[in-house]
Write a protein that binds this ligand. Sequence first.
Ligand code: DGJ
Length: 729
Amino acid sequence: MSIRFNEETRQLILETRKTSYQMKIDELGYLKHLYYGPSAGTWNMDYPFRTYDRGFSGNPYDMRDNRAYSLDSMPQEYTSYGVGDFRINTITASYPDGSRCAEYRYISHEIREGKYSIPGLPSAYDNGDTVQTLVVTLGDTASNIRVRLYYGVFEEKDIITRTAEIINGGEETVWLRKAASVCLDLPFGKWDLIHFHGRHCMERQPERVPLFHGIHTISSGRGMSSHQHNPFVILCDRKTTEDSGACYGMMMMYSGNHKTEIELDQFDSVRAVMGLNDERFRWELEPGTSFFTPEVILTYADGLTEMSHNYHRIIQNNVVSSRYRNSHRPVLINNWEATYFDFTEEKLLEIAEKAADLGIELFVLDDGWFRNRNDDNAGLGDWTPDEHKLPEGLGRLIEKIKEKGLAFGLWIEPEMVSEDSDLYRAHPDWALTAPGRAPMMARNQLVLDLSRSDVRDYLFETISGLLENNDIRYIKWDFNRPLSDVYSHSISAERQGEVPHRYYLGLYELYDRLTSAFPDVLFEGCAGGGGRFDAGMLYYSPQIWCSDNTDPISRLKIQYGTSFGYPAGTVSAHVSASPNHQTGRRTTLETRGTVAMTGAFGYELDLTKLTDEECKEIKEQILRYRDVESVIREGKLYRLSGLEEGSRYFCWEYVSEDKNRCLLSIVVTDPLANGPSIHVKLKGLLPDAVYSVGGEFECPGSILMENGYTFVSLTGDYPALQIDICTVS
Ligand code: DGJ
């Protein structure tokens, strides 16, 4: 049993394999957060809380004679607002009389078998795991607003998911102005924040900072989870390393505007609140309706590696819903960096011919295949094949590619429209544009209003038509600009604050219809590279193009940051040309291959320009990838080096579930003359088993883990090496 209620102490206790989470209904009915951390067994974790008279932290009316009782210092599961807890709050609602105060107290709770789901939003699902759901209902003392807190407890996976449902049980409309998914209070300790910031071509760069007194905000208001701030944060003890130390992960399963606020308060307690970004948010909650917040996936772990493993397992098995979740992904060739917009059918077929010869399985036709699309200024929205580039049509091209033995995949950017398109001329009101204002242009395109069902129906029909009439096995779904001028022409003036969230409810609905209708199509997410790399998108597309930066040395850092929350199987990574098109850097094919073998593997360069030697090497790379693919996708990742100052190499290991096989990879970013040896201690092996190390020597797992492995001297341009380590007994 993962969830228990102790009637005597009025405690609600959630338990996973290694962790406990405790809360308590206190004497006034507030839901007090007691504990989240390593298993506490049956111990009552209320014991460390002492209350004192706290100056300038007032007392609820019912406790006016007890100055030691203050909401301002009490850890809570979901906060009240405007009634004495002055820290960051979870919810703000305004009532018809203009007041905004709210005071939520316990009404009831319920324990259910299985995992809850969230209407209209993706959420982690039960996949044969032991999962229970706790639903705690809180009610405001003065209004008829109730809040239901949902906790999904994945016992074996050490994961707790949370979401909140806000219900208007009254007779008048209420306006929601903030509705967070989760509040996590850490009353004691000294904490660092790790977050993942970035930009186009340099996504998810980890940054570790000690919390200071005040509020840290990690957010996106760009209408996408964004290149700039991933909806994933880690709070860890100052001393936490890869291998040990308290570590909390908070990951939001959402692709739109998000916000995480982390406050280190006057008493050195920490409160982390994660949810929808409230800046552009205002939701009309009509009587009898409810609002669900997106899901947040929480974990507590001992060390960063264990935390990553917890996320990798839940995402791979309970978030990604595609049938490709744990199965082979085709090695692909994408024509983008080979030709950009400048291609003919003949050129594509030449590339396909070469690809087939090398052992590549899928040909992806990227941007530029439809009418009026010779650069990125026009054409989006009409999706009719360009008769100049494809004179015999898309269907015929696909047949020719199939004749060469390759499956076919296609790029689309369905959420966008060009001003110069039949679609925009026919339906200018389908784009997000603010009345009387010239819209911001980005890549000379506008965003379609996916909050509208007519727009979604049009997109469903269009994409279904493409998939029904052509043998397309893979779709790369791109999204190349942020949302601005966010105004829907189909909803009243007062409700415009709902549009950013309604956009994502619409996108998820569209994705749901398409993936249900075409379960065999492999969808790859993309947003100008990795601008929408989040657990929400992963529910629908099992892999996401990680970055438009394909330079392997930049990718090392991007993929390193991505690996903290997201498993290798979700990371789409390609070998591209040298010199690299983004950085101009020259690297060897071996280095490019080693770095791209950290995820769904492919190529993105003009194969017709390769030398015979390079072709031979690529053939070997593909055979090698096929051999190790399942270890990379389903094994455990160990980061053996990091971004510590002075680190001159990236070294990592994938270890198969049964621990019999390990793939050790290294790329040296700063080779030294006569430098010290690169020596690493391996991790995650079977201590008692004997391993063959790259066929070079044999050694017990315990020795390799305790005494380590020394690399041969690696010199040259960013040298790389992969070593197979397999059990022999
Ligand atoms: C941005 C993507 O990230 C690229 O891979 C490519 O598909 C271009 N868009 C095409 O316009």
